[in-house]
Design a protein around this ligand. Sequence first.
Ligand SMILES: Nc1ncnc2c1ncn2[C@@H]1O[C@H](COP(=O)(O)OP(=O)(O)OP(=O)(O)O)[C@@H](O)[C@H]1O
Ligand SMILES: [Zn+2]
Length: 455
Amino acid sequence: MAEKETDSLTLVDRSTERNTAVFHGTKVKSCSSLLHLHEAHELLPELSKTSLSNPEILRYSRQLVLPEFGVKGQLNLSKASVLVIGCGGLGCPVAQYLAAAGIGRLGLLDYDVVELSNLHRQVLHGENRLGTSKSISIAKTLRKLNSTVDYVPYHMILNPKNALKIIQQYDVIADCSDNVATRYLINDACVVANKPLVSASALRWEGQLTVYNYQQGPCYRCLFPTPPPSETVTNCADGGVLGIVPGIMGSMQALEVLKIASGIASSYCGVMLMFDALDGRFRNIRIRGKKPNCVVCSNPTEFSVLQDYEAFCGSSASDKCRMLNLLSSEERLSVQEYKTILDDRVPHILLDVRPQPEYDICRLAHSVHIPLNRLEEKTEKWISVLKTKVSELSHLQNKEGKNVIVICKLGNDSQKAVKILQEISGKETDLLVAKDIQGGLLAWSKNIDPTFPQY
Ligand SMILES: Nc1ncnc2c1ncn2[C@@H]1O[C@H](COP(=O)(O)OP(=O)(O)OP(=O)(O)O)[C@@H](O)[C@H]1O
Ligand SMILES: [Zn+2]
C-alpha cells in the first residue's frame, strides 16, 4: 500500500519549479502521506534540492500535501512577514496559527500588560505572565511552539509617529486592535505603505472580518469616512465578549493572512464576514468598493503626514476606560464622600444603574437596581417604578428633597442616569436630588473596600 501511494506523488516539476517538489494533492489520499514524503525523499535524491529541510517537510507535511498550498505556498510563507497589531483576543489566535504554519517573521505589537480578565480569551498568556508585556508574552509562548519563526515583539503603542515606519517593514498587516482611533491609523498607514490589511473585530457574541487595501478593494475609510460618535462605541470591558468569539474571528483572520502571504488570494476583498455566535450563523455580505474621493486612497502620496487620530475620533487609542464628563463637580461625589454619607447615616437612596448581569456579579447590599436602559426609556412604567422606590423611602426626605445617589461600574453610565433623573425631577417637582459617584464601583473597590470584587 505504501508503495502504491508513493507512486501517486509527482515528485519534481522541473519545467516550472526547478528544485521544487510539486505534490498532486488529488492523488494523495490520506494523512498517511507524511510517510510517503519521507520515503520519496530517501528514494529520489532530486527532492533534496527543494529549499525545505527535512524537519520542515515533516513539520508542515499536512499542509504541504494540499494542492492549493504545496511547497510553493510553504516557501512563500517562510519568506513572508506579518505584523500583528494588538496581542489580545484576536492577536493570540492570529499569531498562534501563523507561527504554527511557518510564517517567516512575526511582528507582535502591543503597549499593554496581561491582566487576569484577559485570560479567558487571550490564550497565549498565562497566570505566570500577569503584569508582563503582552507582546513579549506571546513571543515567549510561541517560541516553544515553533522556534524557527523570527519573532519581533514591540512593547509600545502604535501612534502616528511610529506607525508608517513599522508597517513598512512587513508584507501583511493584521489589525487586532480594539479602538477606532487605532483602526484609522492602521488603515491610513497601510494605504500609504501599500500593504494589505486583514481586519477583524469581536464583541459580545458577534464578529466581523474583511480585507482592506488589497487587489483594488476599498480601504477602511472608503467604507467609514467619518468615525462613529465616541459615546456609541463599546469595548470588551463594557460590552463583554465570549472568549471563543475572538478565537474564531482571529482564526479566520490568520487564515486570510496565510492565504495572502502564501500566494493564494484572500476571499474577503470587498466582502465582509459577519458571525453571530448566538445564532451560530456566518454570513458574507458584499461591501462598497473603493470610494473615488476617499481622502486617503484617492491620493496616498499626498497623505504622508498621519494626523491626530484621537482628536479625529474623539476617543483615546489606549485608555480602556473612557471617562465622560457630563456633570458638574457639585453633582458628583467621590467614593470617600460617599463613605462619609454612609458613616454619618445621611438619608439617601443608592441607585445602581448597571445592566442586570453586572448587578448579579456584585452589588452594594443597600442599593436599589434600575438599569440605565430602563431609565433611558423614560416610559411611564419606569418613572412610576422609580417614584415608588423613592416614595417607599419617604422617611429619607431631606430639606432639599430626596437624595438619590447613582452608581455604576466606572462612573460614566451613572452620569447619564443623573441627567435623566434631573429631567424627570424637573417635571415631578420635589421628587429628588440626584448625584453620581465618580469612578463607580471600581473606585469603591480600589479606594474604600478592597474586598469588593473588580471585574
Ligand atoms: N494603538 C495601539 N497600540 C498598541 N496596542 C494597541 C493599540 N490599540 C489597541 N491595542 C491593543 O490591542 C489589544 C486588543 O485586544 P483586546 O480587546 O482583546 O484586549 P484588552 O484591551 O486587553 O481587553 P479589555 O477591554 O477586556 O481590557 C489590547 O491588548 C490593546 O492593548
Ligand atoms: Zn479609501
